[in-house]
Ligand binder design. Structure first.
Ligand code: ADP
Ligand code: 5GP
Length: 218
Protein backbone atom coordinates (compact mmCIF):
# COMPACT_ATOMS: atom_id res chain seq x y z
CA UNK A 1 0.00 0.00 0.00
CA UNK A 2 1.34 3.51 -0.73
CA UNK A 3 1.63 5.77 2.32
CA UNK A 4 -0.77 8.62 2.99
CA UNK A 5 0.29 12.14 2.01
CA UNK A 6 1.43 14.60 4.67
CA UNK A 7 0.42 18.22 4.03
CA UNK A 8 2.34 20.69 6.17
CA UNK A 9 0.60 24.08 6.32
CA UNK A 10 2.34 27.14 7.72
CA UNK A 11 1.61 30.84 7.73
CA UNK A 12 2.26 33.90 9.79
CA UNK A 13 -0.22 33.84 12.67
CA UNK A 14 -3.54 35.33 11.53
CA UNK A 15 -3.09 34.62 7.80
CA UNK A 16 -5.93 32.09 7.89
CA UNK A 17 -4.52 28.55 8.24
CA UNK A 18 -7.13 27.46 10.75
CA UNK A 19 -9.93 28.83 8.56
CA UNK A 20 -8.62 27.01 5.46
CA UNK A 21 -8.03 23.75 7.32
CA UNK A 22 -11.60 23.84 8.70
CA UNK A 23 -12.89 24.34 5.19
CA UNK A 24 -10.78 21.38 3.93
CA UNK A 25 -12.02 19.12 6.73
CA UNK A 26 -15.67 20.11 6.39
CA UNK A 27 -16.36 19.27 2.76
CA UNK A 28 -13.55 21.11 0.95
CA UNK A 29 -12.57 17.86 -0.76
CA UNK A 30 -16.07 17.74 -2.21
CA UNK A 31 -16.74 14.04 -1.71
CA UNK A 32 -13.20 12.90 -2.58
CA UNK A 33 -12.58 11.17 0.75
CA UNK A 34 -11.34 12.60 4.01
CA UNK A 35 -8.14 13.79 5.62
CA UNK A 36 -6.94 13.62 9.22
CA UNK A 37 -6.03 16.81 11.10
CA UNK A 38 -2.88 16.33 13.17
CA UNK A 39 -3.73 17.54 16.68
CA UNK A 40 -0.65 19.17 18.21
CA UNK A 41 0.28 19.39 21.86
CA UNK A 42 0.63 22.89 23.31
CA UNK A 43 1.28 24.60 26.62
CA UNK A 44 -0.85 27.63 25.63
CA UNK A 45 -4.27 28.26 27.16
CA UNK A 46 -7.33 27.32 25.06
CA UNK A 47 -9.07 30.17 23.22
CA UNK A 48 -12.82 30.52 23.44
CA UNK A 49 -14.46 27.69 21.49
CA UNK A 50 -11.34 25.51 21.32
CA UNK A 51 -11.82 21.91 22.42
CA UNK A 52 -9.13 19.78 24.09
CA UNK A 53 -8.28 16.81 21.85
CA UNK A 54 -9.89 18.38 18.76
CA UNK A 55 -8.01 21.66 18.27
CA UNK A 56 -5.00 20.87 20.45
CA UNK A 57 -3.98 18.61 23.28
CA UNK A 58 -3.64 21.31 25.96
CA UNK A 59 -0.93 20.17 28.39
CA UNK A 60 1.18 21.55 31.24
CA UNK A 61 4.84 22.50 30.81
CA UNK A 62 5.71 19.46 32.90
CA UNK A 63 3.82 17.04 30.62
CA UNK A 64 5.36 18.69 27.55
CA UNK A 65 8.87 18.25 28.95
CA UNK A 66 8.18 14.59 29.74
CA UNK A 67 7.16 14.06 26.12
CA UNK A 68 10.42 15.70 24.94
CA UNK A 69 12.43 13.39 27.24
CA UNK A 70 10.55 10.36 25.94
CA UNK A 71 11.28 11.45 22.32
CA UNK A 72 7.57 11.39 21.63
CA UNK A 73 7.68 14.36 19.20
CA UNK A 74 8.26 14.35 15.45
CA UNK A 75 9.10 18.03 16.03
CA UNK A 76 8.47 20.66 18.66
CA UNK A 77 9.26 24.35 19.02
CA UNK A 78 8.70 27.44 21.12
CA UNK A 79 6.37 29.63 19.06
CA UNK A 80 5.56 33.13 20.28
CA UNK A 81 5.23 32.56 24.03
CA UNK A 82 4.37 28.87 24.25
CA UNK A 83 5.55 25.40 23.31
CA UNK A 84 3.95 23.43 20.50
CA UNK A 85 4.73 19.94 19.22
CA UNK A 86 3.55 17.23 16.84
CA UNK A 87 3.71 13.76 18.34
CA UNK A 88 5.01 10.87 16.26
CA UNK A 89 1.94 8.86 17.33
CA UNK A 90 -0.38 11.45 15.79
CA UNK A 91 1.14 11.21 12.32
CA UNK A 92 3.40 8.28 11.49
CA UNK A 93 1.00 5.31 12.03
CA UNK A 94 -1.65 7.10 9.95
CA UNK A 95 0.70 7.75 7.04
CA UNK A 96 1.82 4.11 7.15
CA UNK A 97 -1.85 3.04 7.03
CA UNK A 98 -2.39 5.13 3.87
CA UNK A 99 -4.31 7.94 5.59
CA UNK A 100 -3.67 11.55 4.46
CA UNK A 101 -2.76 13.99 7.22
CA UNK A 102 -2.81 17.80 7.31
CA UNK A 103 -0.88 19.70 9.96
CA UNK A 104 -0.71 23.33 11.03
CA UNK A 105 2.79 24.11 12.29
CA UNK A 106 5.15 27.07 12.22
CA UNK A 107 8.21 27.56 10.00
CA UNK A 108 10.63 26.20 12.63
CA UNK A 109 8.55 23.01 12.88
CA UNK A 110 8.52 22.63 9.08
CA UNK A 111 12.27 23.00 8.94
CA UNK A 112 12.71 20.39 11.68
CA UNK A 113 10.41 17.90 9.97
CA UNK A 114 12.19 18.31 6.63
CA UNK A 115 15.56 17.82 8.35
CA UNK A 116 14.33 14.78 10.28
CA UNK A 117 12.92 12.84 7.34
CA UNK A 118 16.25 11.42 6.17
CA UNK A 119 16.33 9.45 9.45
CA UNK A 120 15.76 5.75 8.85
CA UNK A 121 12.54 5.41 10.90
CA UNK A 122 10.63 7.86 8.71
CA UNK A 123 12.74 8.18 5.51
CA UNK A 124 10.41 6.01 3.35
CA UNK A 125 7.68 8.60 3.92
CA UNK A 126 9.69 11.60 2.61
CA UNK A 127 8.21 11.54 -0.92
CA UNK A 128 4.77 11.87 0.65
CA UNK A 129 5.57 15.16 2.42
CA UNK A 130 4.24 18.36 0.82
CA UNK A 131 4.62 21.81 2.34
CA UNK A 132 2.25 24.70 1.73
CA UNK A 133 2.74 28.31 2.80
CA UNK A 134 -0.38 30.45 3.30
CA UNK A 135 0.18 34.19 3.04
CA UNK A 136 -2.11 37.18 3.66
CA UNK A 137 -2.63 39.66 0.79
CA UNK A 138 -0.70 42.33 2.75
CA UNK A 139 0.75 43.25 6.14
CA UNK A 140 -2.23 45.54 6.80
CA UNK A 141 -4.70 42.70 6.14
CA UNK A 142 -2.73 40.45 8.51
CA UNK A 143 -2.79 43.07 11.27
CA UNK A 144 -6.55 43.57 10.84
CA UNK A 145 -7.21 39.82 11.00
CA UNK A 146 -5.09 39.34 14.10
CA UNK A 147 -6.75 42.28 15.88
CA UNK A 148 -10.21 41.08 14.82
CA UNK A 149 -9.74 37.49 15.98
CA UNK A 150 -8.99 37.98 19.66
CA UNK A 151 -8.04 37.38 22.37
CA UNK A 152 -7.33 41.09 22.25
CA UNK A 153 -4.12 41.19 24.26
CA UNK A 154 -2.27 43.99 22.38
CA UNK A 155 1.15 42.61 23.42
CA UNK A 156 0.28 39.18 22.04
CA UNK A 157 -0.90 40.70 18.74
CA UNK A 158 2.17 42.97 18.55
CA UNK A 159 4.46 40.00 19.24
CA UNK A 160 2.87 37.91 16.49
CA UNK A 161 3.06 40.81 14.00
CA UNK A 162 6.68 41.47 14.94
CA UNK A 163 7.76 37.99 13.82
CA UNK A 164 5.53 37.90 10.73
CA UNK A 165 8.07 39.58 8.39
CA UNK A 166 10.77 37.05 9.33
CA UNK A 167 8.27 34.20 8.80
CA UNK A 168 7.24 35.57 5.39
CA UNK A 169 10.88 35.50 4.31
CA UNK A 170 10.96 31.72 4.91
CA UNK A 171 8.55 31.09 2.02
CA UNK A 172 11.42 29.42 0.09
CA UNK A 173 11.14 26.36 2.38
CA UNK A 174 7.76 25.46 0.93
CA UNK A 175 6.62 23.60 -2.20
CA UNK A 176 3.43 25.67 -2.64
CA UNK A 177 2.23 29.18 -1.82
CA UNK A 178 -1.43 30.19 -1.46
CA UNK A 179 -2.52 33.82 -1.04
CA UNK A 180 -5.49 33.87 1.32
CA UNK A 181 -7.24 36.97 -0.01
CA UNK A 182 -10.66 35.56 -0.85
CA UNK A 183 -11.15 32.60 1.52
CA UNK A 184 -13.27 30.57 -0.94
CA UNK A 185 -10.59 30.79 -3.68
CA UNK A 186 -7.81 29.95 -1.24
CA UNK A 187 -9.80 26.92 0.00
CA UNK A 188 -10.19 25.70 -3.58
CA UNK A 189 -6.45 26.07 -4.19
CA UNK A 190 -5.70 24.02 -1.06
CA UNK A 191 -8.16 21.27 -1.97
CA UNK A 192 -6.75 21.11 -5.51
CA UNK A 193 -3.22 20.50 -4.20
CA UNK A 194 -4.49 17.65 -2.00
CA UNK A 195 -6.44 16.09 -4.87
CA UNK A 196 -3.54 16.39 -7.31
CA UNK A 197 -1.30 14.43 -4.93
CA UNK A 198 -3.95 11.75 -4.44
CA UNK A 199 -4.28 11.19 -8.18
CA UNK A 200 -0.60 10.55 -8.91
CA UNK A 201 -0.26 7.21 -10.68
CA UNK A 202 1.91 5.77 -7.88
CA UNK A 203 -0.89 6.48 -5.42
CA UNK A 204 -3.61 5.13 -7.75
CA UNK A 205 -1.75 1.86 -8.43
CA UNK A 206 -3.96 -0.37 -6.22
CA UNK A 207 -7.21 0.95 -7.64
CA UNK A 208 -5.87 0.88 -11.20
CA UNK A 209 -4.84 -2.76 -10.81
CA UNK A 210 -8.17 -3.87 -9.40
CA UNK A 211 -10.05 -2.13 -12.23
CA UNK A 212 -7.67 -3.67 -14.80
CA UNK A 213 -8.64 -7.10 -13.43
CA UNK A 214 -12.20 -6.50 -14.62
CA UNK A 215 -10.76 -6.18 -18.17
CA UNK A 216 -8.89 -9.49 -18.02
CA UNK A 217 -9.57 -11.94 -20.86
CA UNK A 218 -11.68 -9.45 -22.80
P1 ADP B 1 -4.31 31.38 11.63
O1 ADP B 1 -4.82 30.02 11.95
O2 ADP B 1 -3.41 31.40 10.42
O3 ADP B 1 -3.69 32.08 12.82
P2 ADP B 1 -7.16 32.12 11.40
O4 ADP B 1 -7.71 31.09 10.47
O5 ADP B 1 -7.48 32.01 12.86
O6 ADP B 1 -5.57 32.30 11.20
O7 ADP B 1 -7.66 33.53 10.83
C1 ADP B 1 -7.39 34.76 11.51
C2 ADP B 1 -8.63 35.68 11.40
O8 ADP B 1 -8.78 36.10 10.04
C3 ADP B 1 -9.92 34.98 11.80
O9 ADP B 1 -10.75 35.90 12.50
C4 ADP B 1 -10.55 34.59 10.45
O10 ADP B 1 -11.95 34.55 10.53
C5 ADP B 1 -10.08 35.72 9.54
N1 ADP B 1 -9.89 35.29 8.13
C6 ADP B 1 -9.38 34.11 7.67
N2 ADP B 1 -9.35 34.10 6.32
C7 ADP B 1 -9.81 35.31 5.90
C8 ADP B 1 -10.01 35.91 4.61
N3 ADP B 1 -9.71 35.28 3.47
N4 ADP B 1 -10.52 37.15 4.58
C9 ADP B 1 -10.83 37.82 5.72
N5 ADP B 1 -10.67 37.31 6.98
C10 ADP B 1 -10.16 36.07 7.08
P1 5GP C 1 -1.93 29.40 17.70
O1 5GP C 1 -1.49 29.70 19.12
O2 5GP C 1 -2.38 30.63 16.96
O3 5GP C 1 -2.89 28.25 17.61
O4 5GP C 1 -0.62 28.88 16.93
C1 5GP C 1 0.55 29.66 16.97
C2 5GP C 1 1.56 29.07 16.01
O5 5GP C 1 1.97 27.78 16.45
C3 5GP C 1 1.06 28.90 14.59
O6 5GP C 1 2.08 29.41 13.72
C4 5GP C 1 0.92 27.40 14.43
O7 5GP C 1 1.17 27.00 13.10
C5 5GP C 1 2.04 26.91 15.34
N1 5GP C 1 1.86 25.52 15.75
C6 5GP C 1 0.72 24.87 16.09
N2 5GP C 1 0.97 23.58 16.38
C7 5GP C 1 2.30 23.40 16.19
C8 5GP C 1 3.19 22.28 16.31
O8 5GP C 1 2.81 21.16 16.66
N3 5GP C 1 4.50 22.50 16.06
C9 5GP C 1 5.00 23.73 15.69
N4 5GP C 1 6.30 23.83 15.43
N5 5GP C 1 4.20 24.80 15.55
C10 5GP C 1 2.88 24.64 15.81
Amino acid sequence: MSPGELFILSAPSGAGKTTLIHSLLSGGLDGFGSIHFSVSHTTRQPRQGEVNGRDYHFVTHEDFETMIEEEAFLECAKVHRNFYGTSLAEVVPRLRAGVDVVMDIDVQGTERILQRFPRADVAPLRAAVHSIFIIPPSYTALAQRLRGRGPHDPDEVAGRLAVSAAEMRRAGLYDYVIVNDDAASASKALASIVLEKRHRRSRMRGELESILLTFDER
